[in-house]
Design a protein around this ligand. Structure first.
Ligand code: PAF
Length: 285
């Protein structure tokens, strides 16, 4: 495995090994088994794999969150060296390599970035689009791997790729969970022990929603989730919505459902100061 910090080094590597465009796994580091599963999926399909580690300032709407985002470069490299092959590489650019000047680009995603995460984290998806497009331009991958935990991010990146990078295949990978069901996330390591202990309740709640979904109206499901999360000490629900993975429009009533769409129950909450998200696919009929 190689480690590069500049686009020039990456281009030199491509020239030297005469290989085709890599499969690409963009990350912000603080890697866990969920990231490694993306890397393993890419390795299965692609002769060369690139992983980027870059904590992107433009996608943080809260400066405190950016400051506290875990950074563990040595551990990350050691984990990656256990799975990556000789010509695979890690791209760890300094901020000026990604943003030589202020990035003033704005992306129009219609209503996709105005709901759920977009509503609660203004500017977040514009920042994600800025960094992902920059990374796509520098790495020039043939495919890119994203986790389904970031459900809305995945839909928005698919939209970005369809319009601006039709040659890059976007591959969605299943959510990796801890034994108690808590979705793996770099933020989990910042949970207080008493909050981590209750972390499995989030997925239990979503599984109950999936079970109840055929019989209950959207409002009833929302009331259930609200009640259940509010009984967990230190937990505060930010939103719970049911949306399809194309329009992302939160449903108000089941009668608004389209037959040709897949629906997901999406949750965001605070466990203490740590914001967590998760989702589950559901059948409403
Ligand atoms: O999902 C993430 O870790 C980030 O949003 C991404 C896609 C690496 C962009 O910074």
């Amino acid at each position: 495995m190689k480690v590069f910090t500049t686009a020039r080094q990456v281009a030199g590597h491509y020239e030297k090994c005469g290989c085709e465009a890599p499969g690409f796994v963009p990350t912000m580091g603080a890697l866990h088994e969920g990231h490694l599963s993306l890397v393993r999926s890419a390795i299965k399909k692609c002769p060369m794999v690139a992983v980027s580690i870059f904590v992107n300032p433009t996608q943080f709407n809260d400066p405190e969150d950016l400051k506290k985002y875990p950074r563990t470069p040595e551990e990350d490299l050691s984990m990656l060296s256990g799975v990556m092959r000789n010509d695979d590489f890690v791209f760890m650019p300094p901020p000026e390599e990604i943003y030589p000047g202020t990035d003033t680009r704005t992306f129009d995603f219609g209503t996709l970035d105005k709901v759920m995460e977009g509503l609660h984290r203004p500017g977040h998806f514009n920042g994600v689009a800025q960094v992902v497009s920059r990374l796509f331009d520098l790495i020039k991958p043939s495919s890119a791997y994203f986790g389904q935990k970031d459900f809305q991010q995945l839909t928005i990146i698919r939209n970005l790729a369809r319009r601006n990078y039709p040659g890059i295949m976007i591959v969605a990978c299943p959510i990796k969970r801890e034994l108690d069901g808590l979705a793996m996330s770099s933020r989990n390591r910042r949970l207080l022990p008493e909050h981590r202990e209750k972390g499995g309740e989030i997925f239990k709640t979503l599984k109950n929603v999936a079970r109840m979904a055929r019989k209950k109206e959207i409002d009833e499901l929302k009331t259930y989730v609200n009640k259940r999360i509010s009984t967990i000490p230190g937990f505060r629900l930010e939103y719970f919505e049911i949306a399809d993975d194309v329009s992302l429009t939160p449903l108000k009533r089941k009668s608004e459902m389209a037959d040709d769409r897949n629906y997901y129950a999406c949750i965001a909450l605070f466990a203490g100061n740590i914001r967590l998200i998760d989702n589950i696919r559901i059948s409403l009929r």
